[in-house]
Design a protein around this ligand. Structure first.
Ligand code: 4GX
Length: 254
């Protein structure tokens, strides 16, 4: 997979891309990230990339010519390569979007800065818009790195799991079950017996229940879309009944 990144601050990417899994994915040849400095496409002697907005209001807006020139310099026209702008106005990036991008051979990320980009950049050169969440960053670079990281770990071989990361949180549509490793007792807290039993079916059933319990407690909204078996539904009904009983006792106490 090849990802082209257009940015005014290519230096921001060195840390994340140069360590751990993203470094390994690139060394393996599973991932190529090509960084492009938008400022190289400015044409005046001051290498201007931003201007005050028409209509006033303060802040600065990225002017269209350098940004569109930068995009056109990396995207071969007419090949259907997605050109994705990171912005709070985009579709919220989630695990489903990560899977969609992981299936593509090539795509482009455009990092905006300041108050944003001239609207004509969107109209002429952007095919999609993604937001990593409902908060405001200083620029699209950290958002781009989040997207790259979430997609790279899905590429075959990158996690050491040749099938891709299919068992983790959000791939199952549930939060993850709790994990334990040695020692068996830490500060008086024991690892659940079932995990030491070596009984695989019991371990799997316990993990499934704990994943359901966590999701019920912390992200009940996710249960609306998760694929659930009849056994799962019975267990969730038990959790719901326990909660009703607790609330009933609370009300009785006043
Ligand atoms: N998820 N920001 C982009 C400037 C900007 C605004 C509009 C293009 C269009 C963000 C987010 C995010 C702040 C990055 C504004 N560029 N990006 N920047 N949340 O908050 O992706």
């Amino acid at each position: 997979m090849r990802i082209d990144v257009l940015t005014l601050f290519p230096g921001m990417f060195a840390g994340p891309l140069g360590e751990s899994m993203l470094k390994r994915a690139q060394e393996m040849g599973a991932l190529t990230v090509a960084l492009h400095d938008i400022r190289n496409h400015a044409t005046d002697k001051h290498r201007t990339v931003d201007e005050p907005p028409y209509g006033g209001g303060g802040g600065m807006v990225m002017k269209p010519e350098p940004l569109v020139a930068a995009i056109e310099a990396v995207v071969p026209p007419g090949e259907g390569i997605p050109v994705i702008l990171l912005s709070p106005q985009g579709r919220v990036f989630d695990q489903a979007a990560a899977f969609e991008l992981a299936a593509l051979p090539r795509w482009v990320l455009v990092c905006g800065h300041y108050e944003g980009v001239d609207e004509r950049v969107r109209e002429t050169a952007i095919t999609d818009e993604l937001s990593i969440g409902d908060y405001v960053l200083t620029g699209g670079e950290l958002a781009a790195m989040v997207v790259i990281d979430a997609v790279a770990r899905l590429l075959p071989g990158v996690l050491g799991d040749p099938t891709g990361a299919t068992d983790d949180s959000h791939a199952t549509g549930l939060l993850e079950y709790p994990h334990y490793t040695r020692p068996p007792v830490f500060r008086g807290l024991a690892v659940p017996d079932v995990l030491l039993s070596g009984h695989e079916a019991n371990v799997n059933a316990w993990r499934r229940r704990e994943a359901l319990r966590r999701t019920w407690e912390r992200r009940p909204d996710m249960l609306l879309n998760a694929p659930l078996s009849e056994t799962d539904r019975e267990f969730l009904l038990e959790l719901a009944e326990e909660e009703i009983d607790r609330k009933r006792r609370q009300v009785r106490r006043g």
